[in-house]
Design a protein. Structure first.
Length: 99
């Protein structure tokens, strides 16, 4: 999951918070409970975002490691097949001799 996707998730979470019912402050004691509930929702959403960011970092590290391993294996496979400079010069000599 890339940084763009994490950003989109963060914006979505912020939108969800904005869309949740928010009441104007009144003289009644109910607003404190509503504020506490909103704070709890915010904390829960922040925890979810942190979890997603950790997963993203882990996936990125795993992908980087897999790419490095694949490149090393490819280089090793090519290294065993690639002709050495000495064998290339011998091949050129043989071609010249056959003319």
């Amino acid at each position: 999951m890339g940084a763009t996707k994490v950003g989109a998730i963060a914006i979505g979470l912020a939108g969800a918070l904005a869309a949740s019912p928010a009441y104007s402050q009144s003289a009644g004691g109910g607003s404190d409970a509503e504020i506490a509930l909103l704070k709890q929702q915010l904390k829960m959403l922040e925890q979810k975002l942190d979890k997603l960011q950790k997963q993203t970092n882990a996936n990125t590290a795993t992908a980087a490691s897999a790419n490095a391993n694949a490149k090393a294996a490819d280089a090793k496979a090519r290294g065993s097949q690639a002709p050495t400079p000495r064998s290339r010069s011998r091949a050129r000599s043989r071609r010249r001799a056959s003319w």
